[in-house]
Design a protein around this ligand. Structure first.
Ligand code: FAD
Ligand code: SF4
Length: 646
């Protein structure tokens, strides 16, 4: 970046985190350089260019005036004036300006709170009472996989080439290799095992998440989290292991795939739960979940314990790092289960290699053209191809490969989540303890079979930063300093209505998604419900994840009713409320006919024979529960059918 752009970026970062009251400024910590570095790693050239253009303009008099800062460059304004300019972007009536604010806010503040300082320990963590990452354990279990990382151009022949090694791809590899087929798995990410999992968020996101954790919808209204490493999302996910609910199975069967309601899919669910060791014996509530449970019991609302795919999970101090990989090897990701089975049956796993196109001849899949991170060509010739690179990248791969069914990329579901925050008098230390142990389905059926789930998760600084409002440097620091006694409850909506995945001219996926009024009403009910739980649990102050400050003290000034009126005034439009998605589904769905689906009842694309989708893209609609077990079960079923055909 040029010096003018760097000056603008430094001024913005320092406005977000000016550093006072014992905290260093963003510049003192090296945040601007780290943000610039992260932007350079964004795979989309158009977004990199957009960012540089904004930085070029940011420090001009015109842009500062647009933000109400008078006719002076932003970098010459006082800290108070800079905050005023930033807030004018935050509260703008123009979606693009709000979106730009949110992208800058997250870039600057996430880096500020995640960046390890000298010697791996940030003084910011001390200031907010956060112990920081715990580092790897002594004697971690050894790596079980021996993948190939291309060091030259490669040509490979096999029976089946699987693209992606996550929940779907990993399971398909295990099933197909066990059936005696010669399997090659191509995975865009690198391989990490227990010894590499030190809990560090800065490196962890950069190494193991899609776009370094910075993926979002095109309008920046919703952050998209997905794994991008050997094992995909199953390495970084929270180990919650729900079977597909019966009513959802019926709904999916009605989309033209009767097997979902039949014994065949039930048997796949059983096989997956057995292989992953899904159990209810590892759901000891963390202090965080205990507080939520107290609220739920006080209200008399539904709650239950989470089933989890763990063996030997310590449910203690170590836990809370689950999102950066399990250092104990307790989490039963595909990297320690199905992929190990596949390798033992002779499968080859090729890492740091992204599929560009599926090769198609005479209407059938014949292999994959891929390129390694170091630029080597990898050409795979195969009799069948499994697409399992996640519900953002699978439709992009299919489109790049020339498939034209109009449902490819459509019907995207995200289970949008927002968080409501409670500040308590007691210390909770919400970053530790069992990742997720308790949930509530009190509002699972609001209407038409759709509703929401209440869950908590470990709250490391990044989670609070991602969702909490920024209304000024000091106010934000106050929220962060309250982290040890803060609890966030997530409302996870089963979205009825859909977004879509398109492909840009650069071949990269672009996600478009806007909440429909129907789904927004459910999200609104979730915000109120989470506030009710926090209030019943004894929170002394409650605030939402709106960009505007929406907060109340239970029992005073109109209480929760006023809170909800304030939430309505703050708005529910794009970039007015922080939302995220951990569950990305449905963008190449299975169904009974090509007019309404991208794949048939075997998961095979309608366009190309022996090109089978085996990941969350397959879902006919949202699963309504955390989707890993459903994905693995669909992959198990579709891969078993493919093996029987080959
Ligand atoms: C932080 C987090 C917590 C979660 N917690 C839970 C939970 O507790 N319970 C639950 O049920 N679900 C959870 N989920 C969701 C669940 O993990 C995902 O839905 C699931 O992993 C998706 O499976 P998939 O096969 O569709 O894709 P993924 O698991 O995302 O795998 C796709 C893989 O394909 C690779 N890839 C992408 N493009 C290419 C390409 N072109 N070539 C080669 N490889 C490519 C990616 O690098 C990735 O490794 C969580 C997700 C996240 C991110
Ligand atoms: S909660 Fe802790 S021990 Fe359990 S699976 Fe996650 S990181 Fe591993």
């Amino acid at each position: 970046m040029r010096s003018r752009q760097n000056r603008a970026l430094a001024a913005i970062c320092d406005a977000f985190a000016p550093g006072n009251g014992g905290l260093p400024s963003a510049s003192e910590l090296g945040v601007p350089a780290a943000v610039a570095d992260a932007v350079e790693k964004n795979p989309r050239a158009s977004e990199r260019k957009q960012f540089r253009q904004l930085m070029s303009l940011w420090d001009t008099r015109l842009l500062t005036a647009l933000g109400g800062g008078g006719l002076k460059p932003f970098s010459t304004l006082s800290p108070e004036e800079r905050e005023k300019v930033l807030l004018s972007w935050c509260d703008s009536g123009v979606t693009q300006r709000r979106a730009a604010f949110q992208a800058l806010r997250k870039g600057a503040l996430l880096t500020y709170y995640m960046l390890p300082g000298e010697g791996g320990r940030s003084s910011v963590w001390d200031a907010i009472g956060y112990p920081g990452p715990l580092g790897p354990v002594e004697n971690p279990p050894p790596p079980e996989l021996h993948p190939i990382r291309p060091s030259a151009d490669m040509e490979i022949k096999c029976d089946v080439c699987i693209v992606g090694s996550g929940a779907g791809g990993g399971t398909a590899a295990g099933v197909l290799a066990a059936a005696g087929l010669d399997v090659v798995v191509l995975e865009a990410g690198e391989y990490y095992s227990a010894k590499d999992f030190d809990g560090g968020e800065f490196d962890g996101f950069a190494r193991m998440y899609l776009n370094g954790g910075a993926a979002a919808t095109a309008d920046q209204s919703l952050g998209l989290l997905a794994g991008a490493t050997v094992g995909g999302g199953t390495v970084v996910n929270y180990s919650t292991s729900f079977r597909t609910p019966d009513d959802v199975r019926e709904e999916w069967a009605a989309h033209g795939v009767p097997a979902f309601a039949a014994d065949e899919y039930g048997a796949s669910l059983d096989a997956v739960c057995e292989r992953l060791g899904v159990n209810h014996e590892h759901s000891t509530a963390s202090p965080r979940d205990e507080v939520m449970l107290r609220g739920l019991e006080q209200l008399g609302w539904h709650w239950d314990r989470m089933p989890r795919n763990v063996r030997g999970c310590d449910q203690g101090e170590r836990c809370g790092q689950c999102g950066m990989g399990c250092p104990l090897g307790a989490k039963q990701s595909t990297a320690v289960t199905w992929l190990v089975d596949a390798q033992e049956a002779g499968a080859r796993i090729v890492t740091a290699t992204a599929a560009e196109k599926v090769r198609v001849m005479n209407g059938g899949a014949r292999g994959v053209d891929a390129r390694s991170a170091d630029g080597h060509r990898v050409t795979v010739t195969a009799g069948a191809v499994v697409a399992a690179c996640g519900a953002i990248n699978t439709p992009a791969l299919l489109k790049r490969s020339g498939l034209s069914n109009r449902n490819i990329g459509k019907h995207l579901r995200l289970h949008p989540v927002t968080v409501v925050w409670g500040m308590f008098d007691e210390e909770i230390r919400p970053w530790h303890g069992t990742m997720q142990a308790i949930y509530s389905d009190e509002h699972r059926h609001l209407d038409g079979g759709y509703g929401l789930k209440y869950e908590t998760a470990a709250i490391n600084p990044s989670l609070l930063v991602a969702f909490a409002p920024w209304r000024g440097g000091r106010e934000h620091a106050d929220l962060m300093e309250a982290l040890p006694s803060t609890l966030g409850i997530g409302a996870l909506v089963r979205d009825r209505d859909a977004g879509e995945v398109n492909v840009g001219r650069d071949g990269q996926p672009v996600v478009k998604y806007a909440l429909s009024d129907y789904d927004r009403n459910h999200l609104r009910r979730g915000v109120e419900g989470a506030a009710e739980i926090l209030e019943a649990a004894g929170a002394r102050r409650i605030y939402s994840s709106h960009a505007g400050w929406v907060s109340y003290v239970p029992g005073s000034n109109g209480g929760r009713e006023q809170f909800m009126r304030d939430a309505d005034s703050a708005g529910w439009d794009a970039a007015r409320l922080a939302m995220g998605s951990f569950h990305i589904m449905g963008s190449a769905r299975m169904g009974g006919d090509p007019a309404g689906s991208a794949c048939n009842a075997d998961g095979e694309t309608w366009d190309v024979r022996n090109l089978v989708v085996c990941d969350a893209s397959c879902f006919p609609t949202a699963s309504g529960v955390n989707p890993m077990i459903s994905i693995e079960s669909i992959a198990h079923m579709n891969a078993s059918r493919l093996a029987a055909r080959l």
